[in-house]
Design a protein around this ligand. Structure first.
Ligand SMILES: [Zn+2]
Length: 398
């Protein structure tokens, strides 16, 4: 059966789209930001906090969950939603980027990515079929295909070869995904342990996104779009960006690629980015984002506020009794002073990570709400300029 996945555009402002994405575990208002929960947990916060800050969809990581605690265990316990206690939409990436990031510990062949685990050095092979099977067992609402990530800059021939391989892998990954869907079609069985497959499909409503590669070469991006659309997925992501290229290069690849993707499907820009990157990409037609920046920066005491960036350990906040961000209504800003947050941070208290993460995620999700509102009212350009002014200047406290 086809997944209960759909997308509709409600408003547009230039190339920007205000939309609604429906998944097996609920509706997501777009453009949307997905907090990153690599190991099945968004660091320092609970699912209850995520709901309170306004998260509608979160991201998990196939590579990490496969190696520990294992997709088989998660499937036996009812799938990722039940395992982590989050009943809203979940997207998992394919694990290709993490395997790629292992550097010398991995070898890429036509079969897949052979690598040694970062945990215990054990050897594993991640194939396109395997990525589909692992994600069938994890049961996110959106699974990603396995693609090859390439370090940039790379010679043109290497980018071309990698783009072609990613397209072949996408075909294999889609074929396996569709086989698994057929295996559990007809009845909503949680366990499809048949002779054909020992993979448990824990979320029969799962959708699968293809990924456009092609580095920074417009012709190869177009080639990748053609190959990937020919296979056919519920929606498409733009991968291989935010890997060290200049911001302008990223924006121009997005501007080149996004209009070639179907208007009736959401478009996901993987691993992006800063508030400026997000509004720039939205204005070029992107609908979905994920990035570790709000959560990682929070743990480092780097906070996003309506007045710009703020470094909480700065001595000037030692006796500042005011809220972290006067314009923010999150739990942290309603409850605690900058002085207290600074004290927690310099004392190394766990609570610093918790309170800072709650605020940074709320800031990102509030920013997405402002982006959506601006699209409805046709004022995205004004919002883009104000975010540019706020975040392109030096730290407000430096
Ligand atoms: Zn706040």
């Amino acid at each position: 059966m086809a997944p209960p996945f759909s997308f509709r555009v409600l408003h547009t402002d230039g190339a920007a789209r205000r939309g609604e994405m429906t998944t097996a575990h609920g509706v997501v208002q777009t453009p949307a930001f997905m907090p990153v929960g690599t190991r099945g947990a968004v660091k320092a916060v609970t699912p209850r906090d995520l709901r309170e800050v306004g998260a509608e969809i979160i991201l998990g990581n196939t590579y990490h969950l496969w190696l520990r605690p294992g997709d088989g265990l998660i499937a036996r316990l009812g799938g990722l939603h039940r395992f982590i206690g989050w009943d809203g939409p979940i997207l998992t990436d394919s694990g290709g980027f993490q395997a790629f990031s292992l550097g010398e510990k991995r070898v890429i062949t036509e079969d897949g990515i052979r690598f040694r685990s970062h945990l215990d050095g054990s050897e594993h092979l991640l194939t396109p079929e395997g990525a589909a099977e692992i994600q069938a067992q994890l049961g996110p609402d959106i699974a990603m295909v396995l693609d090859e990530c390439l370090a940039q800059p790379a010679p043109l021939s290497a980018v071309k070869e990698s783009t072609e391989r990613s397209a072949r892998w996408a075909r294999r990954c889609r074929d396996r995904f569709l086989q698994l869907r057929d295996l559990c079609a007809g009845e909503w069985r949680l366990d499809s342990e048949t002779s054909e497959s020992r993979t448990r499909v824990t979320n029969p409503g799962q959708a699968q996104f293809g990924i456009i590669q092609g580095g920074t070469v417009p012709e190869l991006r177009t080639l990748s779009v053609e190959r990937t659309l020919a296979i056919g997925f519920e929606a498409y992501a733009i991968g291989g960006l935010s890997v060290g290229e200049p911001a302008d290069t990223m924006y121009s690849v997005v501007a080149h690629t996004a209009p070639q993707l179907p208007a009736g499907s959401p478009r996901y820009l993987m691993g992006v980015g800063t508030p400026i990157d997000i509004v720039e990409a939205v204005s070029r037609g992107i609908d979905l984002f994920d990035c570790v920046m709000p959560t990682r920066n929070a743990r480092n005491g780097q906070l996003f506020t309506s007045e710009g960036r703020l470094t909480i350990k700065n001595a000037r906040y030692a006796d500042d009794g005011g809220p972290l961000d006067p314009a923010c209504a999150c739990y942290t800003c309603r409850t605690h002073s900058r002085a207290y947050l600074r004290h927690l941070f310099v004392s190394g208290e766990i609570g610093a990570a918790v309170l800072n993460t709650i605020h940074n995620l709320r800031f990102y999700l509030d920013t997405m709400a402002r982006v959506r509102q601006a699209i409805v009212f046709g004022t995205l350009e004004t919002l883009r300029q104000s975010l540019q002014a706020m975040f392109s200047r030096p730290l407000s406290d430096s």
